[in-house]
Design a protein around this ligand. Structure first.
Ligand SMILES: [Zn+2]
Length: 247
C-alpha cells in the first residue's frame, strides 16, 4: 500500500516536472497561468490533468484542437513514479526519503531541459544546492560538513575540468555539481563525475566511429552527470562500503 502511495505521488510530481520543463527555461511562472494546450490555449480540465491516464484517454491529442501531445509528458510522469518508488525502497530514514524526492524533482527537469535546449537553468541548480544543504542538517549519517565538502569538491573539480577542456564543460555543468554535491557529499560526487564521463564516452562512441563528431562532442554532458548522480544516490553507500571492504 505504501509503495503504491509513493508511485502515485511520483506520477503527480511528474506532471509538475513537465510544467517545470516547459516554463523554467522561459522564465515563466510555474503557477500561473493554469495548464493549457500550447497550441490553441485550451485550458485543461481536471480529467485532462490525470498523469499518464489522461494521455491514454485523449490518445495523445488535445481535446480542442487535436494537436499531438509529446510522448515526453507520460514518460516523465512514469519515470518520476518509478524513481519515487525506488527511492522509497532504498531510503534508510525519513529525511533521506524526503531528500531523495527533492533530489529527483529537481534533477529530472534539469536533464530533460539540457537534452532539449542545451541549458541548465540556474534557478533549478541553485534551488537544489540550497535544498541539499538545508536537508543535510536533518539527515542521519550525513552532516552539513559532508554537504559542503560535496559542493566544493564537485564544483571545484568540474571548474578545473572546464579550464583544462577550454569550453568543453559549461557553467551550467559546474553549477549542477554544486547541486548534486550538496546531496551526495565529496567522495560520491567525484565518483559520479567519473561515471558520467564513462557513460558519456560510451554514448558518443557510435557517432565517433561514423566520424560525425569531433572529440568535442555536441552531446550535452548534463544528462550524464544527472544520471550518474542518481545512480550514486541510490547505490552510492553500498558501492562505497564494498570498495572500502577491499582494503
Ligand atoms: Zn489545443
Amino acid at each position: 500500500m505504501q509503495s503504491f502511495i509513493f508511485l502515485l505521488l511520483g506520477l503527480i510530481v511528474g506532471s509538475f516536472i513537465n510544467v517545470l520543463i516547459v516554463r523554467v527555461p522561459r522564465g515563466q511562472s510555474i503557477i500561473n497561468p493554469r495548464s493549457h494546450c500550447p497550441d490553441c490555449g485550451h485550458e485543461l480540465k481536471a480529467f485532462e490533468l490525470i498523469p499518464v491516464l489522461s494521455f491514454i484517454l485523449l490518445r495523445g491529442k488535445c481535446r480542442e484542437c487535436g494537436v499531438t501531445i509529446p510522448l515526453r509528458y507520460p514518460l516523465v510522469e512514469l519515470m518520476t513514479g518509478f524513481l519515487f518508488l525506488a527511492n522509497f525502497y532504498l531510503a534508510a530514514e525519513p529525511v533521506e526519503l524526503i531528500s531523495g524526492m527533492v533530489f529527483i524533482t529537481l534533477l529530472l527537469p534539469l536533464s530533460v531541459i539540457d537534452l532539449r535546449e542545451q541549458i541548465l537553468p540556474d534557478k533549478l541548480n541553485l534551488a537544489g544546492m540550497a535544498a541539499g544543504l538545508t536537508l543535510s542538517f536533518f539527515r542521519v549519517d550525513f552532516t552539513p560538513l559532508t554537504s559542503i565538502s560535496g559542493i566544493l569538491a564537485g564544483g571545484g573539480f568540474l571548474f578545473a575540468l572546464a579550464i583544462i577542456s577550454r569550453g568543453g564543460i559549461g557553467g551550467g555543468d559546474i553549477k549542477l555539481m554544486l547541486f548534486t554535491g550538496s546531496f551526495l557529499g565529496a567522495p560520491l560526487v567525484l565518483i559520479s563525475i567519473f561515471l558520467a564521463a564513462i557513460l558519456g564516452l560510451i554514448a558518443s562512441l557510435p557517432s565517433l566511429f561514423r566520424g560525425q563528431m569531433g572529440l568535442k562532442s555536441k552531446l550535452p554532458f548534463g544528462p550524464f552527470l544527472a544520471l550518474s548522480a542518481l545512480i550514486l544516490w541510490y547505490f552510492g553507500a553500498e558501492l562505497l562500503s564494498f570498495y572500502l571492504q577491499l582494503f
